[in-house]
Design a protein around this ligand. Structure first.
Ligand SMILES: [Zn+2]
Length: 447
């Protein structure tokens, strides 16, 4: 049973995996793991090196239960490999490379990731699964408003939608097709599905309203699908209320491909467990945590040939559950992505994620969608200032300041100074139209 399901199919054949029992899923994962370890130890110097240094005998790693004996790797290990073995590092492996995509990289140089034709085909199958679960079907007009560049998402989502028989409109991000033109296309060409970041979905709503469009009457958009940024529930609620469509979250990265997706229940993201093995570990001790506990995600891409990740600590803090989902899919779910480890702020002894600040902001209709957090070091002390947009002035503004301060204090347990801007000022400063991902943190401590 398991061995004929280990080809990571697109819909409709993927239904068998999405409904498989735990025993079948585990045996598919075990087969995948054995193949991955065998080929990676033969073809990828990076893993040979790292496993040798850790004193691991790969032949003793028989199944998922033994995986905890492999060392956990992180972004830092890949960056070190790039430095020591330029220009591609030694983690790509001895495979014919079909295409290179790279992570946008918050710190300078892009991180190249090789894909074989097999890798690419499967990642786009996984995208087809996502989009099918989110209601995309044959005949849909799908406008892709992600950046077609080294960043992977625009290409893989495009090919995933094509595999479902949809029509693609490769608009690209606001950097190549202006927001005004995106709106005209979406309305005139009767677009039914839009792929974009959550932040850009809200930006497009603002632009359309300013152009005089009625978001509910002048568009046929049924589904918006997002990835690349954490989508908070409050942001989703805003997108759905404004556009009158369903808004779905997806989880992945250039290094991992397309591991997880939301179903119509919108209660967490199902993991493509035939192709991936997810663990949750304590971010400091790196020891596995029991199911349901929040910790750092560790991902193994079982299907991948070139540049696979094997116990990769991706940097996100989340919780995983195997509780049944009403949609009938048996694949485990990431129920909550709290934020990125890199973005975690320690402020006055309290741990704060930008996404929890965003949740508070999006509950207040008086403030705009854009915000940023400026961190400075003054006399050796970290200082944090929150910048938000509002149309309020004078006494109304004082009231809003008080209300927002109380809400932040209640939700985060810490007082944060606030600076107000007029609508559009932050959008301009943050370069909303041009960016691939939202940059919410301006860290001036290192300057
Ligand atoms: Zn579900």
């Amino acid at each position: 049973m398991a061995s004929n399901l280990i080809n990571y199919p697109p819909p409709p054949a993927s239904k068998a995996i999405e409904r498989a029992n735990r025993e079948t899923i585990t045996s598919i994962q075990n087969l995948g793991l054995q193949r991955l370890l065998r080929t990676s130890s033969e073809k990828i110097p990076f893993y040979r090196r790292i496993w040798q240094a850790a004193g691991v005998n790969i032949s003793l790693i028989k199944d998922l239960k033994d995986i905890i004996n492999l060392p956990i790797i992180s972004k830092k290990d890949l960056e070190q490999s790039l430095q020591d073995y330029p220009p591609f590092g030694d983690y790509q492996g001895d495979y014919p490379c079909y295409r290179i995509q790279a992570s946008a990289g918050s710190t300078g140089y892009p991180k190249p990731i090789f894909h074989t034709a097999h890798d690419w085909n499967i990642i786009t199958n996984f995208w087809a699964r996502r989009l099918a679960a989110q209601g995309v079907r044959q005949g849909d007009m799908v406008q892709i408003a992600f950046t077609y560049a080294l960043f992977i998402v625009a290409f893989t989502s495009t090919e995933g939608a094509l595999k479902l028989g949809a029509t693609i409109i490769p608009a690209g991000s606001g950097a190549v097709t202006s927001s005004e033109r995106q709106i005209e296309i979406a309305s005139k060409w009767e677009v039914t599905v839009v792929g974009t970041t959550g932040a850009y979905a809200l930006r497009l709503a603002d632009v359309a309203e300013r152009m005089g469009y009625d978001l509910k009457k002048d568009f046929k958009i049924r589904v918006m699908f997002h990835t690349a940024e954490t989508l908070t529930e409050e942001m989703r609620a805003r997108i759905e209320a404004k556009w009158g469509c369903k808004s779905y979250n997806n989880y992945g990265s250039v290094e991992t491909g397309a591991p997880a997706w939301e179903c119509r229940e919108q209660n967490g993201m199902h993991i493509n467990e035939d192709g991936y093995y997810f663990e949750v570990v304590d971010p400091e001790t790196k020891q596995p945590l029991p199911e349901g506990e929040q910790g750092a995600l560790v991902i193994t891409s079982l299907f991948k040939e070139a540049a696979p990740v094997i116990r990769y600590m991706i940097g996100d803090i989340a919780t995983i559950t195997s509780e049944p989902c009403k949609c009938g899919c048996t694949l485990r779910r990431i129920v909550k992505v709290a934020g990125r480890l890199d973005d975690m702020l320690k402020f006055k002894g309290v741990t704060v994620y930008p996404t929890s600040i965003e949740s508070v902001l999006h509950r207040l209709p008086e403030v705009g969608d854009e915000y940023c957090i400026v961190i400075d070091s003054i006399d050796g002390q970290d200082q944090v200032v929150l910048r938000v947009e509002t149309i309020f002035k004078g006494e109304q503004l004082d009231q809003l300041r008080y209300k927002l301060q109380q809400a932040l204090k209640a939700h985060l347990g810490v007082q944060i100074p606030i600076e107000f801007y007029s609508p559009g000022e932050l959008q301009q400063e943050l370069n909303v139209d041009q960016r691939i991902k939202s940059r919410r943190i301006v860290d001036r401590r290192k300057q």
